[in-house]
Design a protein around this ligand. Structure first.
Ligand code: HEM
Ligand SMILES: *[C@@H]1O[C@H](CO)[C@@H](O)[C@H](O)[C@H]1NC(C)=O
Ligand SMILES: *[C@@H]1O[C@H](CO)[C@@H](O)[C@H](O)[C@H]1NC(C)=O
Ligand SMILES: *[C@@H]1O[C@H](CO)[C@@H](O)[C@H](O)[C@H]1NC(C)=O
Length: 487
């Protein structure tokens, strides 16, 4: 009898709990429509299920059709309001630190370190941001341009000696070397340990089930981070022991800051920041470059436009072999349009997460305090009402967009206060890379190039292309005439 009583109570309690799960409380107003999915799991599995589409992820698309542009769901154990509405996204970005605050799932915090830029707020955050801007601001980038050009040209030349290059991995290595050189003067060819290897292990397990036992992707991810952090720490110790006269990389800057009186910077924070910067740069930019090359293969007219712009730059030079200048870089209008178009279509960041600090009312819906909010860039970037014929690669659509400032409908690099600090750095790298590529080389696809979204962008079988110098003949002349040839 007693047993039965407890049993009944448990069942009532569970039923009530499940009911509450599916019908979360909302004191005022009404919650957006949508389903909270299964108890505990929510709709997490569906959200992460891979799909090969170029379009808005099916998870989002289905719900937009069913519920409209703003809906609720539950991801990784947390109620989330998903916004595919560009006005709400804009509002979220503008209200950063006021109504909303950066928030990423707990596993991310575990993985990235507790004190990473993404989760720091207020004063410390501004301080770190200034450090990063110092490194990637226009003044530094001006000095960096020839360095980038040298690395890029040498790398392309090396690729042209190979029969085929897997672009995703090869561009990742190139970008990693570039960033690591800038941050810590790391040179992979001199170092006995491979720093990048640890980052690759880290990234492969980044979005995986958080089970920390040997053999799992998550375990490898944490191990990769641990090893990379150890290497960075050793490098910092070395640098502290032997400070250099001239400040030339980020470590010099950090050492200087650490020695300032009353500094709020700690070594731990500096190392976490370094890790985040290395991670943020090489994965994103290499995906963008791989996509860019794929788009050029598939759209000869766009390639022609780029070639014309860059040939014209060479023609205007007194010495065609002098490097790219800042002024030339600034004049690459079509290239910037193409970079925007690439970022729009690539949708490298499929969701931008925030937490509501207070109850918020928007367009008749209530977002309760403490709920997560996900702004969904692909849903805006691929909306046919905003971008006509959204799946076509059309850099010309950006003509005239410069004048109306930062558009509300473009959020590949985020928006508001948390706008990506690496945007300009990415653009320098991409523009200079494209400059070398289209003036000196041609290429043809060999295999791969298929995309998968999990919902993060991936190239599951890579993208293999053959690259040769322009004045050289393709090794097999008959392939040269093939339709796939991107000349
Ligand atoms: C194609 C390349 C890139 C894309 C698409 C991209 C995208 C983004 C997006 C969407 C955000 C906003 C995240 C949020 O609001 O929560 C962001 C922030 C950030 N990005 Fe990037 N990024 C790129 C390249 C880079 C590079 C090269 C670096 C560094 C060297 C970098 C460093 C950062 C940092 C530190 C933040 C955090 C800024 C903050 O919280 O204020 N990114 N990025
Ligand atoms: C992608 O999603 C669509 C729509 O939900 C589905 O029909 C298709 O089977 C999915 N494709 C893959 C490869 O999962
Ligand atoms: C790496 O080696 C090259 C040539 O051997 C040298 O010029 C360069 O300074 C080295 N870099 C570092 C960081 O030690
Ligand atoms: C690319 O997009 C940004 C953000 O909307 C905008 O400020 C910039 O002018 C665009 N560039 C071009 C060349 O259209």
């Amino acid at each position: 009898m007693w047993c039965l009583c407890v049993g009944t109570l448990v069942i009532i309690w569970i039923t009530h709990w499940v009911y509450r799960w599916r019908n979360p409380r909302c004191n005022n107003g009404k919650l957006p429509p949508g389903s909270m999915g299964l108890p505990l799991l929510g709709e997490t599995l569906h959200f992460f299920s891979p799909n090969t589409t170029d379009n808005i992820p099916p998870f989002i698309k289905l719900r937009m059709e069913k519920y409209g542009p703003i809906f609720k769901t539950n991801l990784v154990g947390r109620p989330v309001v998903v916004s595919t509405d560009s006005a709400l996204n804009h509002f979220i970005f503008q209200q950063e630190g006021n109504l909303f605050q950066s928030w990423y799932p707990d596993t991310f915090t575990e993985i990235f370190g507790r004190q990473n830029v993404g989760s720091l707020h207020g004063f410390m955050y501004k301080y770190l941001k200034n450090m990063v801007l110092h490194l990637f601001g226009p003044e530094s980038l001006k000095n960096m341009i020839s360095e980038v050009e040298q690395t890029v040209c040498t790398t392309l030349q090396q690729w042209s000696f190979q029969e085929s290059v897997e672009l995703k991995e090869a561009t990742a290595k190139m970008i990693f070397d570039l960033t690591a050189k800038k941050l810590i003067s790391y040179d992979s060819s001199n170092s006995s340990e491979n720093l990048m290897e640890n980052f690759v292990a880290f990234i492969q397990g980044l979005i995986s089930f958080p089970l920390n036992i040997p053999g799992t992707a998550y375990y490898k991810c944490l191990q990769g981070r641990k090893k990379a952090m150890k290497m960075l720490k050793n490098m910092l110790q070395e640098r502290k022991a032997m400070p250099r006269k001239e400040q030339s990389d980020f470590f010099d800057y950090v050492v200087e800051e650490l020695q300032k009186e009353g500094t709020i910077l700690t070594e731990e924070i500096a190392l976490d920041l370094m890790f985040v910067l290395l991670f943020a740069s090489f994965e994103t930019t290499s995906l963008a470059l791989t996509c860019a090359i794929k788009f050029l293969v598939e759209n000869p007219l766009v390639l022609k436009g780029l070639e014309e712009e860059h040939e014209a730059i060479l023609k205007q030079r007194e010495d065609p072999n002098s490097g790219v200048t800042w002024k030339e870089y600034k004049s690459m209008t079509f290239t910037f349009q193409f970079i925007n178009e690439t970022a729009r279509l690539a949708n490298i960041v499929p969701g931008i997460f925030r937490k509501a600090l207070r109850e918020i009312n928007f367009k008749g819906y209530t977002i309760p305090a403490d709920w997560a909010v996900m702004a969904c860039p692909p849903a805006v970037h691929l909306n046919p009402d905003i971008y006509k014929d959204p799946l076509s690669v059309n850099p010309w659509r950006w003509q005239g967009m410069e004048t109306n400032g930062r558009s509300k409908n473009f959020m590949a690099f985020g928006g508001g206060m948390r706008f990506c600090v690496g945007t300009e750095f990415t653009k320098v790298q991409m523009a200079v890379f494209l400059h070398c590529l289209v003036t000196k080389f041609r290429w043809r696809p060999i295999k791969g190039g298929n995309i998968l979204r999990t919902p993060g962008l991936q190239f599951p079988d890579g993208y293999h292309v053959q690259i040769i110098e322009k004045d050289q003949k393709m090794p097999e002349p008959e392939i040269c005439k093939g339709v796939n040839m991107a000349v």
